[in-house]
Design a protein around this ligand. Structure first.
Ligand SMILES: Nc1ncnc2c1ncn2[C@@H]1O[C@H](COP(=O)(O)OP(=O)(O)OP(=O)(O)O)[C@@H](O)[C@H]1O
Ligand SMILES: [Mg+2]
Length: 465
């Protein structure tokens, strides 16, 4: 196995990485220092990013078991998209944040996406004002060159938006931002940004603040994303990548009508991306196999989606296909995990090999300790074993008189359980889900594509209950 030569690690990245991983969350920055595997998956997403940059569109479903690395992968893709001059927005779905709703949950998802709007210069979110500002600055520069009034340039550029649903008011709000900019009216600028971020809750308020009749609400969630994608292109970016994680929350919706309306929204998105009709807009959805495959509550319960998201039946027995909308994220392997621990050791030592707190033999021994304690969950759902390893390094760092040989067997490890499943068991849903396993630890599965739904092994035959 080869370990690529590690690069320098900035102290800020080191601390952020170690802190997130020790608290069990996926790091927001510096993932490249710990990332292992996923070369083909990253390549596939890079081609989507390039397509969006060229004014195209795309949708991918990143499907992986509980704890297999979906969120990590989404973050990696997001940082590549930022490097490639896309704007990114990301959010986790939750009971209060959905793609379709009538009680404000879709607006709430929209607002969360907008709060997290990022660009290369502002990778930590809150980038809406700088994107709008950039559009206005470009118009100012153009006006200086041509003598045409800024407002007329802005309106001329925004004309292409008016052919889209909601485009007229969108353009109006941008024009108001310009007026605020021009007259030093900070309140007007702030109101325009607030509108774009989906933070107005009543039409009356929006009308008195900005003179527009509409607001971003549940009914126009997706239309607004399409408008925004066009707009960021006018502001000089390639487009928008929308990262939606925890899609399992749709599968968990007890009300089948609510679930289907959300799936219908996904179908709309998918159709637009295959037809290329959403310019500069890419989607990446993260979800568990249940969310996709379950024939009663998953995407496969919606016939039109099942036919579009059918797994390539030739991609079996180790053959792969990265071109379809489904990207199956296999669990990490023991080899990946070994490389991952080596990288963590390197990060912990801030890139200084002479400061390593544990040698290669120690890493191997830590792995066999994990295997004894929790079986192959140690590399399949590595959140706790990563945390345990970093805890070990922290103790070694602060107690230089102790040796790793004394400490490894003392590291306590717990098997991870999937909280979603526990939730489902107590769900008030009338459709009980007796087939769901109780823990996240699943029997070893082949690392090939998803199995077809008519597979007859035990786990899936139970799905037909
Ligand atoms: N390719 C990778 N390289 C390095 N570390 C990874 C990789 N993939 C996942 N990890 C680490 O593994 C742990 C689990 O990953 P992550 O949280 O992304 O899983 P998940 O599939 O999103 O889990 P959940 O189903 O709970 O949402 C995290 O600590 C993450 O940092
Ligand atoms: Mg996750």
């Amino acid at each position: 196995m080869t370990i690529s030569s590690p690069s320098a690690i900035r102290p800020r990245e080191r601390d952020a990485l170690l802190q997130s991983l020790r608290s069990g969350v996926v790091p927001r920055i510096g993932q490249q220092h710990v990332q292992v595997g996923r070369v083909n998956e990253v390549k596939a997403l890079l081609s989507d990013i390039n397509r969006v940059n060229d004014g195209g569109s795309g949708s991918r479903f990143v499907i992986g078991d509980y704890g297999s690395g979906k969120t990590f992968f989404l973050h990696v893709v997001r940082s590549i998209a930022l490097q490639q001059k896309l704007v990114t927005v990301h959010a986790d779905l939750s009971p209060d944040r959905r793609l379709h709703a009538t009680g404000g949950q879709a607006r709430s998802l929209y607002a969360e996406l907008m709060r997290n709007m990022s660009t290369r210069a502002k990778p930590d979110g809150g980038a809406m004002s700088s994107v709008v500002e950039r559009f206005v600055t470009q118009a100012l520069t153009e006006s200086r060159g041509s003598g045409e009034p800024v407002e007329s340039i802005i309106r001329r550029h925004l004309i292409e938006l008016s052919e889209l649903t909601g485009g007229y008011d969108f353009a109006e709000v941008i024009a108001k931002y310009w007026q605020g900019h021009d007259t030093g009216n900070e309140q007007l600028k702030a109101d325009a940004i607030r509108w774009l971020r989906g933070e107005f809750s009543t039409r009356t308020d929006a009308r008195s603040a900005l003179g527009v009749r509409t607001i971003i609400d549940d009914s126009n969630f997706y239309d607004q994303l399409k408008l925004l994608a066009r707009f960021v292109r006018l502001a000089g970016f390639g487009g928008i990548l929308v990262c939606l994680d925890e899609m399992v929350n749709l599968y968990k919706l007890a009300n089948s009508q609510a679930r289907n309306s959300n799936y219908e929204q996904i179908l709309r998105i998918l159709n637009d991306s295959t037809q290329g009709s959403a310019a500069g807009l890419g989607f990446i959805f993260g979800g568990t196999p249940d969310f996709l495959l379950d024939p009663r509550r998953g995407l496969y319960s919606y016939a039109a989606l099942q036919s579009r998201l059918e797994v390539n039946s030739y991609a079996v027995d180790g053959l792969v296909d990265y071109s379809g909308p489904i990207l199956r994220l296999a669990s990490l392997t023991p080899e990946d995990f070994y490389v991952l621990l080596s990288k963590l050791r390197h990060v912990q030592a801030a890139g200084d090999k002479s400061a390593y707190l544990i040698n290669d033999d120690g890493i191997a021994q830590y792995m066999s300790h994990c295997a004894q304690r929790i079986g192959d969950a140690y590399f399949r759902t590595p959140r706790n074993t990563i945390k345990g390893f970093l805890d070990l390094l922290a103790v070694l760092e602060q107690n230089p008189d102790r040796k790793w040989t004394d400490l490894i067997t003392g590291v306590t490890l717990e098997r991870e359980t999937n909280p979603d499943l526990a939730l489902l068991e107590t769900d008030a849903d009338q459709e009980p889900a007796p087939f769901l396993p109780r823990t996240s630890v699943r029997p070893a599965q082949p690392a090939d594509g998803l199995r077809p739904k008519n597979d007859t092994d035990d786990e899936l035959s139970a799905f037909r209950l």
